[in-house]
Ligand binder design. Structure first.
Ligand SMILES: C[S@@+](CC[C@H](N)C(=O)[O-])C[C@H]1O[C@@H](n2cnc3c(N)ncnc32)[C@H](O)[C@@H]1O
Length: 288
């Protein structure tokens, strides 16, 4: 009897704009610790419900970025996300800004062709081409959410798009390029464009891949800025917030305060492993 071929991407976020986690899990997360959601006029949970299918992140990390945005919303400068995938996180930030009555653009940068070739020494487990989705999903989402006018979509490699931002200033950057060189490129070009007190949120700092951690630590060792840890594997630093010690220093405060974090990480890890297997199956089917 012929065996039916299973869609190797079924149920994974890599198939496009699909739910990253199941609804029950999300509902539980959203109920379990509202203290980690941003202050300010309402807004997060309802938007998340709508947008969660368009980001590969969990609500804790997106809420953490939203909290940082709330902190810096009165600073001058726009917002930028490097590595947007299907665009949900950027659009969430654009919608929150609109709800808060804050006029800022959200710059959305991505190759939309997936990851470039990882660094053979510094990046574990990532593969070139992962997360290739095209720009259409992000663009359509911006249109559907009514924020196309307040986002700037820039398609291409960071090394080519970031140098084009010569006049812009940013108060918040979300750097989510997964790899060592993607991250060093972002730090090199973005830090000079950040306003004093602006926040750089670095995703995948502690994801076990190694490249982001290395890039961030190399940078902060040089600048003496203090690293804060967000919901794993996220970390962030404030431009100009320096410590007085030598080398690199990290504050662990946020990890201790984030109770459901261990459970969430275990779930994310499980999903990521499943997706990695699904991608491997797909590659095998396509390439033989
Ligand atoms: C993990 S995904 C981003 C997830 C997204 N932030 C979210 O919230 O769902 C990483 C993205 O970074 C992009 N990327 C990584 N390195 C890049 C580079 N050097 N230039 C352009 N895009 C890059 C990939 O195409 C991919 O879409």
């Amino acid at each position: 009897m012929a065996r039916a071929l299973r869609d190797p991407l079924a149920g994974t976020y890599l198939g496009g704009a699909r739910y990253f986690m199941d609804k029950a899990f999300h509902d539980e997360l959203l109920r379990s610790d509202p203290a980690t959601f941003p202050d300010g006029p309402d807004g997060f949970a309802g938007l998340w419900e709508y947008l969660r299918g368009y980001t590969m992140m969990d609500p804790w990390r997106v809420a953490s970025i939203a909290s940082r945005l709330w902190e810096v919303r009165h600073l001058p400068g726009d917002v930028i996300e490097c590595g947007v995938f299907t665009g949900g996180t950027s659009i969430m930030l654009a919608l929150l800004l609109r709800r808060w009555g804050v006029t800022k653009k959200v710059y959305m940068l991505d190759s939309f062709r997936g990851l470039p070739v990882p660094n053979a020494t510094h990046d574990a487990f990532y593969r070139a081409g992962w997360f290739a989705v095209g720009r259409n999903t992000a663009e359509q989402l911006a249109i559907r959410c009514g924020v196309r006018g307040s986002v700037v979509i820039m398609e291409g490699w960071f090394k080519d798009t970031l140098p084009r931002l010569t006049q812009e200033r940013f108060c918040l950057a979300h750097v989510d390029g997964d790899l060592y060189e993607s991250t060093t490129t972002c730090l090199r070009h973005l830090v000079p464009r950040m306003v004093e007190g602006g926040v750089m949120v670095m995703d995948d700092y502690d994801d076990g891949g190694g490249g982001v951690k290395r890039a961030v630590q190399e940078h902060l060792t040089h600048t003496h800025e203090l690293l804060h840890t967000g919901p794993l594997p996220q970390a962030y630093f404030r431009v100009g917030e320096k410590h007085r010690e030598r080398g690199f220093r990290s504050s662990q405060k946020e990890i201790r305060g984030n109770r459901p974090y261990g459970r969430m990480v275990a779930e994310v890890q499980r999903r990521v492993t499943e997706d990695a297997r699904a991608v491997a199956r797909l590659h095998k089917l396509v390439n033989g």
